[in-house]
Each structure stands twice: as C-alpha cells, then as structure tokens.
Design a protein around this ligand. Structure first.
Ligand code: ZN
Length: 202
C-alpha cells in the first residue's frame, strides 16, 4: 500500500465516543490532519513514545481516494473513492488534552497503522462494521450507520475545503470504547469486508 499524500481525520463522529470523552457532537465535521510519516503497515510495531503516559487505540473505517476530487457532490464522491481499509488513529490522550490542538498527540511515528488491503466501497456502506480488539478482547464495535456524518458525505464535505488526491486517506472517526495500549499488547482493527489490521505495541 502506498503512503498517502495526506491523512484527513474526523473527530467526534460517533455520539457515544464524543460522550465518553465529555464532548458534544459537532454540528459540522471536526477535521484534523495526521502526518503521512505516521503510517505503518499490518504487522509493523506501534512504538509508545516516552512523552506520553496514555496512548490509546482508535478503530476507524479508512477511505482511500482514487481520483482527484475538488468541490464534488456525494454521487461524484462515490465515483472517486478507491475503496475502504482499516485505520488505527493511535492517540496520546494525555497530550491531546494538554495541548489544546492535536498535532503532537496524533502525529508520532507509527501512530497511523493502515491496511491490510483496500476493498471497494460496498453499496450498503452504512452496514460496514468496525471493531477493535486488544490481546483478543473486544474493545470497540460499531456500524457506519452510527456515524454523525456518513462516509460519502465526508468525502464531499472535505473536497469543498481541500483538493483530495489519489491515495489520500480519510479516517472517518472512532466509536466508543477507546482505551489504553501497553507494551506487549497486540491491537487488531477489523473492518467488515476488509479484514484485520494487526500491530504489536512496544
Ligand atoms: Zn480518530
């Protein structure tokens, strides 16, 4: 899988997750960027940085862009999606709270596992399920239909702000159940129809 040119992420896109962190659901998609240098593949190791005492997993459905998209409608957006994949938006929660913006908390090397493959967006994309397991125990499980802003709407919305290029990745937000990662853990993100993204933690 090629490294994306940019990674656009959506915060607080599931009501139950916004609530577990004490936040309201935004009335417009809350966007932030992760650096492409954070990307690792299936099987690679997530490195916990010494700067943080609270690194957490975030299971997300990733959208990989297939065509240049600028200011597109939702139907044009569907035609421009290469497919979906698994993303782990690894987050240093303590630094996220301390900094007030999220570049450091979300930007460490190895903080964006993605893969193991890209599959076409299914027609009934609201039925896509996303799950996280740590050491085989389920921590997160939700359906895309629970999102505040849907997958295709997000592509159209983002394309009105910045041109999306082939290979760009959109991480569409995480459901409730986020939790800490410790050295020696193995974290799995599963998206139905895609497979399992599995990474050890050290
Ligand atoms: Zn996230």
């Amino acid at each position: 899988m090629n490294r994306p040119g940019k990674i656009v992420c959506v915060g607080r896109n599931y009501a139950a997750h916004a609530k577990e962190l004490g936040n309201d659901v935004p009335d417009k998609p809350l966007l932030f960027l992760k650096p492409p240098s954070a990307v690792i593949a299936d099987g690679d190791t997530i490195i916990l940085p010494p700067d943080s005492n609270q690194v957490e997993h975030e299971a997300e459905i990733g959208i990989v862009i297939g065509k240049r998209l600028r200011n597109v409608s939702e139907s044009e957006a569907i035609a421009g999606i290469a497919g979906i994949t698994c993303v782990n938006d690894v987050t240093a929660r303590d630094l996220q709270k301390a900094d007030g913006q999220w570049t450091r908390a979300k930007g460490f090397d190895t903080f964006c596992p993605m893969g193991p493959r890209v599959v076409p967006l299914p027609a009934k994309y609201g039925d896509i399920e996303v799950m996280a397991r740590v050491n085989g125990k389920e921590r997160q499980h939700a359906k895309a239909s629970e999102m505040v802003f849907g997958l295709v709407y997000l592509v159209s919305y983002i394309s009105r702000i910045m041109t999306l290029e082939p290979g760009d990745l959109i991480a569409t937000g995480t459901p409730d159940g986020v939790g800490p990662l410790a050295p020696g853990d193995t974290v799995e993100i599963e998206v139905s129809g895609v497979g399992v993204l599995k990474n050890p933690v050290r």
